[in-house]
Design a protein around this ligand. Structure first.
Ligand code: SF4
Length: 276
């Protein structure tokens, strides 16, 4: 497979892209086409990096289970020994990590930058007032759904007071609801990864809506939800292996940059697409 598919384990993003439209997945993962940078992607990545710089030093190392064995860096949970960085330092990190790609003008970039500054001020204040016990940030985990190797990078994992784990995924989108968290396949995917890599159960799944500073939290998924997603992941992997790349026109086409190349809209491209 092409450039984006070099890692053998399936990521949530790859699964989701294929399920949305196999042809679009082919453009990205087989043909190696790139999408243009967008303000919201750059903004989201800048915020994630700033939050990693802030929370990373505060994490308590915790026991990790890898492929059925405990790792040697089993320190157990304990309070972090460092204090949160001051707000000015966090904002300095944010300035240094800021990604400038994709903005249409300096005004647009400045508008996003100031939104991020305001969000980080509020995040810092809430975090310092009631720090969660974060045990990992931006943690790259591998696991399996059924027999299918998967991986994912988890924004944050917290140890909760009652002893279970909370999977936290930051979102910078404008709108987000509790329903989004309840139906999020991404959180189910991450629950499986965290459950297979840590020695404690996942007790909570959270989409953290940064625009409102609201943690949208749900219970962990049960066996049926995990089984249903596992079955869909299997179907997707089967399609990828069979090189079934039919276009799937729908509302996603409005945002798709590959429409000028897409056989669904330009049948004359159908043969060419097979050989891109
Ligand atoms: S335009 Fe629509 S059908 Fe075509 S590749 Fe994009 S998402 Fe798929």
């Amino acid at each position: 497979m092409g450039s984006k598919a070099e890692r053998k384990e399936l990521s949530y993003s790859s699964f989701h892209t294929y399920e949305d439209c196999p042809q679009r997945w082919k453009f990205l993962y087989v043909d190696g086409l790139k999408e243009a940078e967008r303000p919201y992607f750059s903004f989201g990545r800048s915020m994630h990096m700033a939050l990693e710089a802030f929370v990373g030093p505060l994490t308590s190392p915790h026991r990790v289970r890898r492929q059925g064995q405990m790792s040697l860096f089993d320190f157990g949970a304990h309070p972090p020994s460092v204090r949160p960085m001051p707000l000015d330092d966090l904002l300095r990190c944010y300035r240094e990590l800021w990604i400038r790609d994709g903005y249409g003008s300096e005004d647009e970039e400045r508008k996003y930058f100031l939104i991020g500054t305001d969000l980080l001020r509020r995040f810092h204040s809430l975090y310092v007032a009631a720090p969660p016990q974060a045990i990992a940030v931006e943690r790259d985990l591998s696991g399996k759904m059924g027999e299918i190797p998967i991986h994912g990078i988890i924004d944050r994992i917290d140890l909760r007071e009652e002893g279970g784990l909370e999977v936290v995924d930051y979102k910078t989108s404008r709108e987000l609801s509790l329903g989004d968290a309840e139906s999020s396949d991404q959180l189910t995917f991450y629950q499986v990864l965290v459950g297979q890599n840590y020695d404690r159960p996942v007790h909570k799944l959270t989409l953290y809506h940064l625009r409102s500073m609201r943690p949208l939290s749900t219970q962990p998924r049960g066996g049926k939800a995990i089984g249903d997603l596992t079955s869909r992941v299997g179907t997707v992997l089967d399609g990828m292996r069979r090189q079934a790349f039919e276009p799937k026109p729908g509302s996603q086409c409005r945002r798709c940059e590959f429409r000028p190349l897409c056989p669904a809209f330009h049948p004359e491209k159908a043969r060419k697409s097979e050989t891109l």
